[in-house]
Design a protein around this ligand. Structure first.
Ligand SMILES: Nc1ncnc2c1ncn2[C@@H]1O[C@H](COP(=O)(O)OP(=O)(O)OP(=O)(O)O)[C@@H](O)[C@H]1O
Length: 781
C-alpha cells in the first residue's frame, strides 16, 4: 500500500469515527434534554402524583409509600441524567481525539490481522460488535506499550495470548482531524515524545497516556505486588505514572475499587492542584489527596502546635549555622526504626507500671482520683493487654459514674440550674416522661416525678461529654506518659550524653504543647498503641509521592492505620531533602515490607539533555542518569561579585526568558526567607510575579519565587536558581536541594552565585555549561 493511500485511509477513518462519535453525542444530548424536562415535570407535579392522607394510620403508611415511590422515580431519572453526563464528557473528548495509537496484531494460529486502535476510552460500532477504539487500559492495549513490531503477547482475562505485531503506529489528531502519523519501533515515538516534551509547561500536569514508556507501563500495570516501590530519577515520570496507575486500577478493578478508596499523599498543597486535572483528563474521578502533615495535624492539632515538615527543614538549614547538633540528632534518631523499638520497649514497660492517669472531675468536683485509677489499672492481671485493661477500667468507671449520678440528683446546684430552664424544656421533659415512664421514679407522685425526671435528664446531658471522654480513654494522660520516656536512660545505640540532650530538648517542647515534626508521628504512634488505632479498612490503595522524604516510622504508622491497603511508593533518593531521609535508612533503599517489589527508572524526560548532563554531574550516582534526547541551550552559571549584581542579573535572566516566550519561570531559593525577600524586591518590576509559600494552594502562570522544597514535584519552562553560592550549598542535604531545584527546569536553566559558586557546581565539567564571572553591572563580564 502506498504511503499516500495509507494516509488517506487513516485520514478518512479518523473523520468517520469522529463523525460517528458526534452522532452519538447528538443522540445523548437529545435524550438528556428529554430526561431533564421529565425531571422538571416530576418535580413540578410531585405533589399531584402523591395522595396525601394522614387521617388513619393505614392511610399515613400508604402516603409514605407513595411518597417514597415518587422520590425513587425522581432520583432514578436524576441518576440516569448524571450517568449520561459522564458518558457525554467522554464522547466529547473522543470526538476531538478518538485515538492516539494503533497496533496490528495477528494471534498465533489465526490468519486475520486485527487492527487495534487505542484511545482514552473504548468505543463500539453501531451494532455493538466491533471495537472502533480500545481503551488504553484493556489487556490487549498493553502490547502497544510493551512491544516493538514482532513477536508479542498479552495477558487476557483467563490466558496468555501470543502472536505478532505487524504494525505500530501513532497519530496526532487535533479537533477530530488527523494532522500527523508515525510508524514506530519499541520506544513510543521519539517524534511524538519530542514534540510533547518540547511544549511549554503548564500550571497543570498533563496525562502521558499516548506516550507511556515501557518501563513506566510496568509501574502502571503492576497488579502483583502489595507494596510497589519506585526509585526514579528527577523527571522520570513517577508522578505521571502514578496517576496513570490510579486510572488503570480503577478500570481494571472497576467492580470492586472506587476512587474514594484510594488516597494520594502528596508533598504539599500546591502539588494537589498541579496534578488535579490528570485523572479527569483520563475520564476518571479524582481520588482523595492530602499531605501527611495535614493528616497528622488533623489528629493532634487541637492539642498541640505541630511543626510542619517545611518548618523542620528550615530549622535544619539553620542548625549548621548555629552549630547545634542536638536537633539534628533528634531528627535522625526519632525517624528511625531503632526509635520505634525504643518506644515499643517503653510501651512494654508500661504494662507493669508508669501509665499516668488524670483526675476525673465534674463541675470542679473530683469524682475519681488519679491514684485510684492507677491502682485499679495495675491490679488487673498483668498478662492482659493495656487496651483490654482500659476497656475493663472504662466499664468500672461508667458503672461508678452511674451511682454518683444518682447522688447528684439531690444536689443543690442541680436545683439551681433547673430554675434557670425555660418552660419549653419542662414541657418537653414532661412529654418524654409520659412516653418513657421511667421505672426508677415509680414510687413518686406525678409532680415529684416530673421534677426528678427533669433533673435526671438535665444531668445526663451534662454528663454526656464526660462519659464520652471516659469511653475514649481520655483519662489516660498520654502526653505525661510519653514524657516519662525522656526521664529514663537511653538505649545502647546512642551515647548517654546525646540522649540526655535529646531528652531535655523534647521535654522542653512537649510541655509547651509544641510537637516537632520528628516527634509528631512517634507521639501519635505511641498514643495509638496505648488507646487504639483508628484503623481505616475502607481505603484499599495509597500512593505516596516523594516517598524518599518519609521516615521509616511514618511508613510503619501508615501501614498500621490502613491495614487493608496496597501501597505504591514513588521517590528519588537524590531528592531527599529532610535530614532523616539522608541516612542509609532511606525508605527507598530498604526492604521494609514483605511482598515488596522494586522498579528503578533511570531516564529523565522533563529536562533537556543539557540540563540533565549539568545536574547529574554533581550527584554521586549521577552517571547512571540518562537524558531523553531533547536538546536545548547549555545552562548558564553566573558567579557575581555581590548581591546588587546578583539582583541585576536576576532581572536580566527573567527578561531574557520572558522574551524567549517562556510562560512559566521560577526563581528558586533555598529558604522561604530568601524567597520572601526576593519577592518583595522584584514585585514592583514584575507585578505578575508571585511568592509561593506554605499557604499557596494554586499555581498562577508568571514568575514564581519559590523555595526548593515547595517546588518539589513541579516543573517550569525556565528556572533561575538564585544564590547557589559556596557558603549556601555545602552539605549533602543542600546538594540534594540544588539538584531538586535545577531539575525543575524543562527548557532553560540559569544559576546565580554570589561571590563564589558552590563546590558542587565546580564539580561539573565546564563543557556542560556557560560560565561567566561578573564584576560589575555594566554588562561587561
Ligand atoms: N512517557 C511520557 N510521555 C510524555 N511525557 C512524559 C512521559 N514521562 C514523563 N513525562 C513528562 O516528564 C515530566 C516529568 O514527569 P513527572 O513529574 O511525572 O516526573 P517525576 O519522576 O515525578 O519527577 P520529579 O521526581 O522530578 O518530581 C512531565 O512533564 C511529564 O509529563
Amino acid at each position: 500500500m502506498s504511503e499516500n493511500k495509507d494516509w488517506q485511509q487513516e485520514f478518512d477513518r479518523v473523520k468517520y469515527v469522529s463523525q460517528f462519535v458526534n452522532q452519538k453525542i447528538q443522540r445523548i444530548k437529545k435524550y438528556m434534554t428529554t430526561l431533564k424536562e421529565r425531571v422538571i415535570d416530576i418535580r413540578k407535579d410531585f405533589w399531584d402524583d402523591v395522595t396525601v392522607n394522614l387521617s388513619e394510620l393505614d392511610d399515613a403508611i400508604e402516603t409514605q409509600a407513595s411518597l417514597k415511590q415518587q422520590a425513587e422515580f425522581l432520583s432514578e431519572r436524576e441518576r440516569s441524567h448524571g450517568q449520561l453526563g459522564q458518558q457525554l464528557s467522554k464522547l466529547l473528548d473522543l470526538k476531538e481525539k478518538p485515538y492516539f495509537g494503533r497496533i496490528d496484531f495477528i494471534e498465533q494460529g489465526d490468519r486475520q490481522t486485527e487492527e487495534i486502535y487505542i484511545g482514552t476510552a473504548s468505543l463500539m460500532d453501531e451494532q455493538e460488535e466491533e471495537f472502533l477504539v480500545y481503551d488504553w487500559r484493556a489487556p490487549i492495549s498493553s502490547m502497544y506499550y510493551d512491544y516493538a513490531p514482532g513477536p508479542a503477547a498479552y495477558e487476557a482475562v483467563t490466558e496468555k495470548v501470543d502472536g505478532e505485531i505487524t504494525l505500530k503506529r501513532q497519530y496526532v489528531i487535533k479537533q477530530g482531524q488527523l494532522t500527523g502519523m508515525f510508524d514506530t519501533g519499541l520506544t513510543i515515538g521519539d517524534h511524538l515524545l519530542q514534540s510533547v516534551l518540547g511544549e511549554s509547561s503548564d500550571t497543570k500536569m498533563k496525562s502521558i497516556v499516548a506516550t507511556i514508556q515501557r518501563e513506566q507501563n510496568k509501574i502502571i500495570r503492576n497488579e502483583k505486588s502489595r507494596i510497589l516501590v519506585v526509585q526514579g530519577v528527577a523527571g522520570s515520570g513517577k508522578t505521571s505514572a502514578a496517576l496513570q496507575r490510579v486510572a488503570y486500577l480503577l478500570y481494571r478493578y472497576r467492580e470492586e475499587l472506587k476512587a474514594d478508596q484510594m488516597i494520594l499523599f502528596s508533598p504539599n498543597p500546591l502539588f494537589n492542584s498541579y496534578v488535579a486535572s490528570v485523572l479527569p483528563e483520563l475520564g476518571e474521578e479524582n481520588i482523595k489527596q492530602m499531605t501527611f502533615y495535614h493528616y497528622v495535624d488533623q489528629q493532634l492539632g487541637n492539642r498541640f502546635t505541630v511543626e510542619s515538615p517545611f518548618e523542620q527543614l528550615e530549622a535544619t538549614l539553620k542548625q549548621r549555622e548555629q552549630h547545634d547538633q542536638v536537633r539534628l540528632q533528634a531528627m535522625h534518631y526519632k525517624s528511625s526504626e531503632a526509635y520505634q523499638h525504643h518506644v515499643d520497649a517503653f510501651l512494654e514497660q508500661l504494662k507493669a507500671q508508669g501509665l499516668v492517669f488524670r483526675n476525673i472531675r465534674f463541675r470542679n468536683q473530683l469524682l475519681f482520683n488519679k491514684d485510684t485509677l492507677n491502682h485499679f489499672f495495675y491490679q488487673l492481671p498483668s498478662n492482659m493487654s493495656i487496651q483490654n485493661r482500659l476497656v475493663k477500667m472504662t466499664e468500672w468507671l461508667l458503672t461508678n459514674l452511674k451511682e454518683k449520678e444518682r447522688g447528684f440528683l439531690k444536689a443543690e446546684w442541680l436545683e439551681d440550674e433547673l430554675e434557670l430552664l425555660d418552660k419549653a424544656d419542662f414541657q418537653e421533659a414532661y412529654y418524654e416522661m409520659q412516653s418513657e415512664q421511667e421505672e426508677q421514679f415509680e414510687s413518686y407522685n406525678d409532680s415529684e416525678k416530673e421534677a426528678l425526671y427533669l433533673k435526671a435528664k438535665w444531668l445526663r446531658k451534662q454528663l454526656k461529654p464526660l462519659r464520652q471522654k471516659i469511653t475514649q480513654f481520655k483519662y489516660v494522660d498520654t502526653m505525661k506518659t510519653y514524657l516519662q520516656l525522656f526521664e529514663q536512660e537511653g538505649t545502647a545505640e546512642m551515647k548517654d550524653e546525646e540522649w540526655q540532650h535529646i531528652a531535655r530538648f523534647t521535654k522542653q517542647h512537649i510541655t509547651q504543647r509544641y510537637l516537632t515534626w520528628e516527634d509528631a508521628t512517634p507521639f501519635l504512634y505511641f498514643e495509638r498503641m496505648l488507646i487504639g488505632f483508628d484503623e481505616n479498612r475502607m481505603i484499599k490503595h495509597i500512593i505516596l509521592d516523594e516517598a524518599q522524604d518519609y521516615s521509616t516510622f511514618q511508613l510503619k504508622y501508615l501501614a498500621r492505620i490502613y491495614p487493608s491497603c496496597r501501597m505504591t511508593l514513588l521517590g528519588d533518593v537524590n531528592q531527599a531533602i529532610y535530614y532523616h531521609a539522608l541516612s542509609e535508612q532511606n525508605v527507598l533503599q530498604h526492604h521494609h515490607y514483605d511482598e515488596q517489589s522494586f522498579i528503578t527508572l533511570w531516564r529523565s524526560y522533563r529536562s533537556t539533555k543539557q540540563i540533565i548532563e549539568f545536574s547529574k554531574a554533581f550527584m554521586p550516582n549521577g552517571s547512571k542518569i540518562e537524558a531523553f534526547n531533547r536538546s536545548g541551550s547549555l545552562p548558564v552559571v553566573l558567579e557575581v561579585e555581590n548581591k546588587t549584581i546578583a539582583e541585576h542579573k536576576l532581572y536580566e535572566a527573567i527578561d531574557g526568558y520572558t522574551n524567549k516566550g517562556f510562560n512559566n519561570i521560577a526563581v528558586i531559593t533555598k529558604t522561604l526567607k530568601e524567597a520572601e525577600e526576593l519577592a518583595n524586591l522584584i514585585k514592583p518590576t514584575y507585578p505578575e510575579s508571585h511568592l509561593v509559600n506554605i499557604e499557596s494552594h494554586t499555581f498562577n502562570p508568571g514568575v514564581q519565587i519559590i523555595p526548593t522544597y515547595l517546588a518539589k514535584g513541579i516543573e517550569f519552562d525556565a528556572v533561575i536558581v538564585y544564590n547557589a553560592s559556596a557558603t549556601h550549598y555545602q552539605d549533602e542535604l543542600e546538594r540534594n536541594l540544588l539538584y531538586t531545584g535545577c531539575t525543575r527546569a524543562m527548557h532553560a536553566l540559569t544559576v546565580i552565585a554570589i561571590e563564589e559558586v558552590s563546590a558542587y557546581i565546580k564539580e561539573v565539567p565546564t563543557q556542560f555549561y556557560h560560565y561567566y564571572k561578573v564584576h560589575q553591572i555594566s554588562g561587561k563580564q
